[in-house]
Ligand binder design. Structure first.
Ligand SMILES: *Cc1c(COP(=O)(O)O)cnc(C)c1O
Length: 427
């Protein structure tokens, strides 16, 4: 359920015509619906209300300052995967006691920052990392709170690039050896063991992987209790899928029932790390048709958004629905919707049956809120898109479109290079 809908054949975000915003701000443009963000965020809080969860929104899905600030306002915590995300989270006003930190490659400086701020928990991905955190905490004269991220060896049946809970991936500590990890952690002077964590992957569309993992977690919690290690929280990660095309992910209530049951059996505090399920359907990418091109083989709709703006199709062959911003009665075509970038992976859709469009018309790439803007880049020296937040009948810029100077910010040309080049230039 989202708040992008047609009123008299014009696509609206809440009460605002999308075309009006595009006219004002230009394209390409990420457009977010406040009502959708609120609805999805609060759906997590409500579905799990019986166990009073801490919803640590996964910042990497979309780390916009405005959006993070909304989640903070609604009582959320934050799941981060880098020192940069810690910075963003604190800047958006999150208290560090609501921040959990995941990721296999935490650097010492990032660890130091998180220890100094006293985050709720490090999600430990290896014993090597735990040793380093223990050492850094000693150095800083602090105790670091930690949960072990266990790898339950469950197949989440999603795209291999976003599967993280299988033994063969780089994530977490094998659940079979986790007890040893906890024993070792308990001996460490500067580590306080507070929980257990698990994240299976992303865009998971059935309950079974979650149920399998939860069963493993419950058994682990019981085993730990038997050897005198008691935990405070159970962090079940994120990963709940959304509908891009014809997927039928479990509803949040069904997901919540499965999780809540296990949480109640263990008596632990629940932490959730949803990302995509909250922000995925809360945004569209608005792009303008530049050209229509027909080769012997194919029809192309060439638009002004490329793989640098939305990488998911290029990266995972992900499907995004593409809708006209102004509905016209036209013939249906089968076309590739492609961007201006010099790569054949630069497509937003392939062999897509769609209504014919003319240059100058606007298209909406649906479901672009998660892993959309955050993965965008300046490849081909393209400036990154603007972002706009709509609430009812108002809209506000939440990120300015980059300008050409942004492209070279931070670049340095050594004086000797400049001198030599200028010298050559005079010849
Ligand atoms: C990416 C990630 C999430 C969020 O996953 P979604 O599929 O967006 O819900 C949660 N936890 C960890 C550790 C992650 O890496």
């Amino acid at each position: 359920m989202h708040h992008f809908h047609y009123i008299q054949n014009r696509l609206h975000c809440e009460a605002v015509p999308v075309a009006d915003i595009a006219l004002d701000v230009g394209t390409p443009l990420y457009l977010y619906s406040h009502a959708t963000l609120e609805r999805h965020f609060k759906a997590f809080q409500n579905a799990f209300a019986a166990v009073k969860p801490l919803v640590c929104y996964s910042a990497k899905a979309n780390s916009s300052q405005a959006i993070l600030t909304l989640f903070r306002q609604w009582g959320g915590g934050l799941d981060i995967v880098s020192g940069g995300e810690l910075f963003r989270g604190l800047k958006a006003g999150f208290i560090s006691q609501k921040v959990v930190y995941s990721g296999v490659g935490k650097r010492a400086d990032e660890i130091d920052a998180a220890i100094s701020h006293g985050i709720l928990a490090f999600n430990i991905e290896s014993m090597e990392e735990l040793n380093l955190i223990n050492a850094r905490a000693g150095e800083l004269k602090r105790r670091a709170r930690a949960a072990i991220r266990v790898n339950p060896d469950v197949d989440p049946k999603t795209h291999p690039y976003i599967s993280t809970g299988l033994k063969k991936t780089k994530f977490g500590i094998d659940i079979a050896t986790a007890v040893e990890g906890y024993r070792a952690a308990q001996q460490m002077a500067n580590i306080e063991i507070v929980g257990v964590d698990c994240h299976l992957g992303s865009q998971i569309t059935t309950l079974e992987p979650f149920e399998q993992a939860l069963a493993g977690l419950k058994q682990l919690v019981t085993e730990l209790r038997h050897i005198g290690i008691s935990l405070q929280h159970l962090d079940v990660g994120g990963g709940l899928g959304i509908t891009y095309k014809d997927e039928t992910p479990p509803g949040i209530e069904a997901y919540a029932r499965a999780v809540t049951k296990v949480v109640q059996e263990t008596g632990l505090q629940l932490i959730l790390e949803p990302g995509r399920a909250i922000v995925g359907n809360a945004a569209i990418l608005v792009t303008k048709v530049l050209y229509r091109k027909q080769t012997g083989e194919k029809q192309f709709v060439i638009v002004d958004a490329g793989m640098n703006d939305l990488m998911r199709p290029a990266l995972y062959k992900a499907y995004h629905a593409i809708e006209p911003v102004e509905k016209q009665s036209r013939a249906t075509i089968v076309a590739d919707v492609v961007g201006p970038i010099c790569e054949s992976s630069d497509f937003l859709a392939q062999d897509r049956s769609m209504v014919d469009v003319l240059p100058g018309e606007l298209l909406a790439v649906m479901g672009a809120g998660a892993y959309g803007f955050v993965m965008s880049s300046n490849y081909c020296s393209r400036i990154r898109a603007a972002e706009v937040l709509v609430k009812e009948d108002r809209f506000d810029l939440i990120r300015q479109r980059e300008n050409l100077e942004d492209l070279v910010r931070g670049e340095l040309v050594p004086a000797w290079v400049l001198k030599a080049a200028n010298h050559m230039g005079r010849q």
